[in-house]
Design a protein around this ligand. Sequence first.
Ligand code: SAH
Length: 259
Amino acid sequence: MSTRIGSVTLVGGGPGDPDLLTVAGVRALSEADIVLYDRLAPHETLAAMAPRAELVDVGKRPGHHPIPQEEIQRMMVAAALDGANVVRLKGGDPFVFGRGGEEVEACRSAGIPVVVVPGVTSAISVPAAAGIPVTHRNTSRMFTVVSGHAPLSPAELEHLAGLGGTIVILMGITNLPSITAGLLRFGMAPAMPVAVIEQGYSARQRTTFGELTTILTESVQARVASPAVVIIGEVVSLARGGDTDASAVLVDAAAVAGS
Ligand code: SAH
């Protein structure tokens, strides 16, 4: 039995492209003894990024829970108590609808040192992959990130409709009908632009455009499916039109940064 206690590093893996991992995240992976990774975390290149580590897929699919959250936490704590450097690799940022807070608490109550490496959240980066900025001078000076996992209350819908800024919804495909109906009921403009971006930063990235009154029909026709980010607001009309290849966006960004 090991006498040295290990540690846990919660790493925000970004929206899926390994290029969008942070330098701290890459370093943590390279030093890991075990990596517990999620479905939406960048996992295709994990074997190269974490060469010493045992790789454990704890991914959850909507409606299916192969490994319950409590069990993931138990595995994480057990490995660290056994002396391992554990990396818990999560999609996007660990603290944006990622249950990262619960995992930090589980480590603290077991007396395990825990570090959180923030990640690039899909809430901002996936719209960007489709060419949509969440804020834009004179167009939107705020953005609100909402979980659509459970239905929104009338009070929440009323406040959202009244904000006058960009609304970004994660896990929002199932409840899209009630969300759009609610925003219309509370006075949002029927012609408000909406985009649904599926599988951001993958070869299968696809954007479906519409308006508040048409996006449902468009989404059904296009058979949109999770994972997808829904973005509602005038900023959607700033997309350069059609779908933009995510890797091209990264190349564009690099060119701008270098110029
Ligand atoms: N912590 C994550 C979000 C976890 S909730 C973050 O900060 O990004 C999971 C939801 O995130 C998905 O249902 C989807 O709405 C969104 N999402 C994450 N990655 C995505 C991707 N590559 N493309 C589209 N949506 C994504």
